[in-house]
Ligand binder design. Structure first.
Ligand SMILES: Nc1ncnc2c1ncn2[C@@H]1O[C@H](COP(=O)(O)OP(=O)(O)O)[C@@H](O)[C@H]1O
Ligand SMILES: [Mg+2]
Length: 319
């Protein structure tokens, strides 16, 4: 990868989504790592005038450290395609699908990947009829968000309206789905391989924003405590989800494994958190790959085999 060392790499971070602060942390961690690895890297906060900001920096390659809308949803990927700048991670289509929990679920269902039973609510629709079609508890979440922003677990009918209103603040479409009780596990995918599954235990009623980002509010166990057969099924299921959306490079799949050992896919993150203490880096560490090696691999996966920075085709090729 000698050729890559001569390139100017821009770490795109910040952005305008609700996950801006997390993205800045991911970006700083990635930038520090690239510098340790000997690359010429520059941090770029793309919160305003995105096209001009990206163009001004004259980068050869983008390491995308954004989360949420206008970063993880295919839009910045589209801009980079137009500017002919190669970038890390998934392309336009897979990114857009991953960000949209309804669109991605339709593909998961097509590929027979288990997902919680769900219904979709749009702004202005009658919410109360829903409570008759699903048994409580149910989970209400915005179609396109992350970091558990706008997600609620609803135990009784009178809590439903508030939960739907909250989710609608973030997206005009809301998912109302069956609560799956079981072990929450997250699977890291790198290249076209499931690296491993990590188990998440929260002190909060579910893995909410607080549990995700306040130290001590959640603990992680690697590898997840599942029987060898269920562990393998979970890894296979996550890889199937990654392939179903046509993801590239890396991703993290969030699942709940129920008491019968069935892994239900909750969602796929095309740009998972990449701080030193984030789950994908922790999974990588668990299989002997340190943070810098992980960052280096993600970068290599973004370019041609010879390390040249030719832009890639915009259509997905299934991995
Ligand atoms: N169907 C479900 N059953 C049980 N818990 C759920 C379900 N959906 C979401 N959760 C909980 O909410 C968290 C956030 O949901 P998720 O779908 O991963 O959205 P986000 O994109 O905000 O991370 C999950 O990590 C899990 O703890
Ligand atoms: Mg999640």
């Amino acid at each position: 990868m000698g050729l890559l060392k001569s390139k100017r790499i821009g770490v795109l971070m910040g952005g305008t989504s609700a996950e801006r602060e997390i993205s800045l942390k991911t970006g700083e961690a990635v930038l520090a790592s690239l510098k340790r690895l000997g690359y010429t890297a520059v941090g770029i906060d793309v919160s305003e005038a995105m096209p001009e900001t990206v163009k001004r920096e004259k980068i050869d390659l983008a390491f995308i450290a954004l989360h949420g809308p206008k970063g993880e949803d295919g839009t910045i990927q589209g801009l980079l395609e137009i500017l002919n700048i190669p970038y890390t991670g998934s392309g336009v289509l897979a990114s857009a699908l991953g960000m949209n929990k309804i669109a991605s679920r339709k593909l998961f269902l097509f590929h027979k990947i288990p997902v919680p039973e769900f219904v979709v609510l749009k702004r202005g629709e009658n919410y109360t009829a829903i409570s008759k079609t699903l048994n409580f508890p149910i989970v209400v979440k915005p179609c396109s968000q992350g970091s558990s922003v706008g997600v609620s677990i609803v135990h009784q009918a009178q809590e439903l309206l508030g939960a739907v209103e909250l989710a609608l603040r973030y997206d005009p479409e809301v998912l109302v789905e069956r609560y799956i009780s079981g072990k929450e596990v997250h699977v890291g995918i790198l290249g076209d391989e499931s690296l491993g599954a990590i188990e998440v235990l929260s002190r909060t009623p579910f893995y909410n924003y607080e549990a995700k980002y306040i130290p001590g509010m959640s603990t992680h166990i690697f590898p997840a405590r599942l029987s060898p057969e269920v562990y393998q099924t979970t890894l296979d299921c996550a890889l199937a989800a990654h392939r179903a959306l046509g993801c590239r490079g890396y991703s993290r799949v969030d699942l709940i494994v129920n008491g019968e050992g069935v892994p239900y896919v909750l969602e796929l993150n095309t740009l998972p958190g990449m701080t030193q203490t984030s789950l994908l880096p922790e999974i990588a560490r668990g299989v002997g790959m340190d943070f810098d090696a992980l960052i280096n691999r993600i970068l290599e996966l973004a370019v041609g085999n010879d390390g040249s920075c030719q832009a890639r085709p915009s259509l997905e090729n299934g991995g």
